[in-house]
Design a protein around this ligand. Structure first.
Ligand code: PHE
Ligand code: NA
Length: 443
């Protein structure tokens, strides 16, 4: 069976889908708790530097590989460099898709449950008890994870144009409006000054902590969907004539704004109510309901807006994770998209069950972390930077300078030479240093 390869209906559709992939739980749930634990501004500065020096070249490189190869993350390397081991990056990517989506679906399920809760009146009483009780339950979080994965599978099942592109074109503008509205509201609550100080006033001591570097760089990879072939796969659905450089810049700027603005939603509210920013992975679920409750009716509405925002952002990212694996297996097994999507989606749902159970129902820990937290930090802080490192090395060191500039559409741009130097030397060196720092810190 020879299958015709799908393409985006429009360039705008591609941008919305790639932005949908980038903007997700990473910007809100993961960003807020990682920054809360990383001491605020020190984390923020290293994260922003990583986005600029590593994020931009890696994204343009993934785009260059995908559009050039017009195929999935594994085959792309085989096609461009037959018989070489570079395709390991693609293999790691497909593995990362399974691992990340397994726990991502669990948090996506939590978000859906909370949206539903606010639709039907809100969460009252002790919100920590509510959260701990819910995630520690055996069946309820798995039920919501199942619903979330069902939606993800449903969209990918419909295909590149009718599923991924169409849903992203609707969800992204709605998300942006919801986020800006919530930030404006949160800033009126009285914690704005403290939040600004926490986010933007450098705390020099935190710069000496190696774990802050690892988590900030990992966050840059995770939030931009880099290092595992999601951006590669999406750009492989572009026609070869479509331009890349400004799309990469646009997506990066918007993803970063999304993270900063959601910081301005969460931290002012948090400080206004005297709560702790270092709360950890449950931050948005435990902290925000207190605030929504204290605000009465408008709070219930704000709570619904917030958790719907979180759910939609999660969904548009989850579809990109699933698509990496689906695109690979459609070709590999030569089976229809519909069959592959259902099978792969179901396997990932099952893989997520231990993450869900690890939140209280059953004690599953690795290196002292819950299984879910381990999967989150292992994939984000290690697997993605490693995948990204292989991809920049592949392009920077096996393509000619002319090819690198040409496939990044940056040959006639004054920033071209700077991009080339960054892609060839600065980005790989930076990733390597931080990875080694992380290993040493871990030992
Ligand atoms: N970028 C997404 C987020 O911020 C997560 C993601 C990572 C999606 C890797 C695809 C690939 O939530
Ligand atoms: Na993101």
């Amino acid at each position: 069976m020879v299958q015709k390869r799908e393409h985006w209906g429009s360039h705008w559709g591609f941008i919305m889908a790639a932005m949908g992939s980038a903007v997700g739980l990473g910007n809100i749930w993961r960003f807020s708790y990682a920054m809360g634990q990383g001491g605020g501004s020190a984390f923020l500065i290293i994260y922003l530097l990583s986005v600029l020096v590593i994020g931009f070249p890696v994204m343009l490189i993934e785009f260059s590989i995908g559009r050039r190869a017009q195929t999935d993350a594994v085959d792309a390397f085989k096609k461009i460099a037959p018989g070489t081991p570079w395709m390991a990056a693609g293999g790691l990517g497909v593995l990362a898709a399974f691992l990340i989506l397994s726990f991502y679906g669990v948090i996506g399920g939590w978000s859906l449950r909370y949206s539903f809760e606010y639709l039907t009146g809100g969460i009252t009483g002790d919100s920590t008890d509510f959260f701990v009780g819910f995630i520690g339950d055996t069946f309820s979080p798995i039920f919501w994870q199942f619903i979330f994965m069902g939606l993800t599978i449903g969209i990918v099942y419909l295909g590149v144009q009718k599923g991924i592109e169409l849903s992203s074109k609707w969800m992204m503008p709605i998300l942006s409006i919801l986020l800006v509205g919530l930030a404006a509201f949160s800033l009126t609550l009285g914690g704005a000054a403290e939040a600004f100080a926490f986010m933007f006033q450098p705390d020099w001591a935190a710069f000496t902590d190696p774990s802050v570097y690892i988590s900030a760089m990992g966050q840059a990879f995770f939030t931009l969907s880099l290092g595992m072939g999601a951006m590669l796969t999406y750009s492989s659905y572009l026609e070869p004539k479509e331009r890349l450089t400004s799309s990469a810049a646009f997506i990066i700027v918007l993803d970063t704004l999304f993270a900063l603005i959601s910081g301005l939603v969460i931290f002012p509210a948090l400080f206004a109510y005297g709560l702790d920013p270092a709360e950890g992975a449950g931050l948005v679920f435990m902290v925000l309901p207190n605030i929504f409750e204290a605000l009465g009716g408008i709070g219930t509405l704000a709570g619904f807006a917030f958790f719907i925002l979180l759910s939609m952002a999660a969904l548009s990212s989850a579809i990109s994770l699933l698509e990496v694996a689906v695109a690979y297996f459609i070709r590999k097994l030569n089976m229809s998209r519909k069959k592959v999507t259902v099978i792969v989606g179901a396997i990932i749902f099952l893989l997520g069950i231990p993450s869900s159970l690890s939140q209280g129902a059953v004690s599953i820990t690795i290196f002292g972390e819950s299984f879910l937290d381990f999967m989150d930090s292992f994939t984000g802080n290690l697997l993605l930077p490693l995948g990204g490192l292989i991809m920049v090395l592949f392009v920077g060191w096996t393509w000619t300078k002319k090819e690198v500039l040409h496939h990044g559409d940056i040959a006639h741009n004054p920033l071209g030479p700077l991009y080339f130097l960054t892609a060839k030397f600065v980005a790989p060196a930076a990733i390597l240093v931080v990875l080694i720092m992380g290993m040493l810190n871990w030992l």
